[in-house]
Design a protein around this ligand. Structure first.
Ligand SMILES: [Zn+2]
Length: 211
């Protein structure tokens, strides 16, 4: 994949997040691992106006950004995920409505449905709160992502990791869907949770699912 193709893929993934309703307004951002760093969506640019030339290349080691725009304010989060998670090829950060609702309640998503295991374990954790764009936000997110591919960010949104950026967006969509279902179930009563033995079984089945 050359840089032009990578930029086009990232713009397509970012637009897909917007089309899925995962990123109201100009919120959220996405990236994919590239060369000695990563390509990331720019800060404060409407998704419908985003072109491949607007994508910013960030060097992992120095954090130096190259492009006609400034990188997303959450570029540290993306950098740290690529540094700490060698399997990550793409990252999607959303402010999707239901995931963000739970994040504002600082409520993790428990094993109320077996598909919670798509995020890699028996729950989807919620990080502690930190100001957007800070190293503290990144540190909190990395802790909540331990052994997981997705987490909620307190009073903020959610983040999902994939082997590709398309996979990250797909997982972000699934997290939003699970958050909506969990929230709906809470309107009626207390959802029945699956136990650790069952969730371990599902995590294991998902390891080979679709492969
Ligand atoms: Zn955000």
């Amino acid at each position: 994949m050359n840089e032009r193709e990578a930029r086009e893929r990232l713009v397509a993934a970012a637009r897909r997040m917007r089309d899925l309703g995962l990123n109201p307004g100009r919120s959220g951002n996405a990236s994919l691992r590239f060369g000695a760093g990563f390509l990331v969506t720019p800060t404060g640019l409407a998704y419908e106006r985003m072109e491949p030339e607007d994508i910013v290349l960030v060097e992992a080691a120095s954090g130096a950004a190259r492009g006609r725009r400034a990188p997303s304010s959450e570029w540290r989060l993306h950098r740290d995920i690529y540094a700490r998670r060698p399997e990550a090829g793409g990252v999607a950060h959303t402010h999707s409505p239901h995931a963000t609702t739970l994040a504002c309640l600082r409520r993790p998503i428990p094993p109320f449905h077996y598909e919670v295991a798509f995020a890699g374990g028996s729950d989807i954790r919620c990080s502690g709160y930190a100001t957007f764009g800070t190293q503290a936000l990144s540190d909190g997110a990395l802790a909540a992502l331990e052994g997981r591919r997705a987490c909620l960010l307190a009073n903020h949104g959610a983040v999902a990791i994939g082997t590709t950026v398309e996979e990250a967006v797909e997982l972000a969509e699934r997290v939003e869907s699970l958050a909506r279902l969990y929230w709906q179930a809470l309107q009626v009563g207390e959802p029945v949770l699956l136990d650790e033995v069952e969730m371990d079984r599902v995590v294991e089945k998902f390891r080979t699912y679709g492969k």
